[in-house]
Write a protein that binds this ligand. Structure first.
Ligand code: HNI
Length: 143
């Protein structure tokens, strides 16, 4: 599964439209992840507040989405571009890579409900493929 030039162009065009709402996308995706998959909360037990909409959750959403923005920038070589983030998740945060798919699914749901007009089937397939590639690249340092 690799991204075609067309997929990359569709992802870049979609991101150019929605990235001004980056922080809101992150907050929506994080809120959904901890609500729908509460087992993911174990990684954030050191936060003062784990409620949906709390500053900690929203701030983390912003961080995660800045990682997605970085991925859009290095879409031609995700494995290299996301290597540092992969290393951090593998060795510092020790996040089980199964969770990357979970968060990516929540990001997909977030953008689909926030931008229903822009989220055409063509965007859906390209952005889904892109997020799968991001998950895979984040798993790079686990082996
Ligand atoms: Ni993730 C920190 C990006 C998935 C748990 N994460 C970050 C940072 C970025 C980031 C960027 C900030 C690094 C820094 O401070 O230098 N994370 C991403 C991306 C994805 C992702 C792009 C997938 C799309 N992270 C996940 C998942 C979990 C996760 C699925 C756990 C369920 N991340 C963390 C934790 C930290 C973190 C924990 C450290 C947070 C803190 O402040 O303690």
């Amino acid at each position: 599964m690799s991204l075609t030039e067309k997929d990359k162009a569709v992802v870049k065009a979609f991101w150019a439209k929605v990235s001004k709402s980056q922080d809101a996308i992150g907050a929506e995706a994080m809120g959904r992840m901890i609500t729908v998959y509460p087992q993911t909360k174990t990684y954030f037990s050191h936060w003062p507040d784990l409620a949906v909409g709390s500053t900690s959750v929203n701030n983390h959403g912003s961080k995660v989405i800045s990682g997605v923005a970085l991925a859009v920038k290095c879409i031609d070589d995700l494995a290299t571009g996301l290597l540092d983030l992969s290393e951090q998740h593998a060795y510092s945060m020790r996040v089980d890579p199964a969770n990357f798919k979970i968060l990516c699914h929540c990001i997909l749901v977030a953008v689909s409900i926030m931008f229903p007009k822009d989220f055409s089937p063509e965007v859906h397939v390209a952005f889904d493929k892109f997020l799968c590639a991001v998950s895979l690249s984040l798993s790079e340092r686990y082996r």
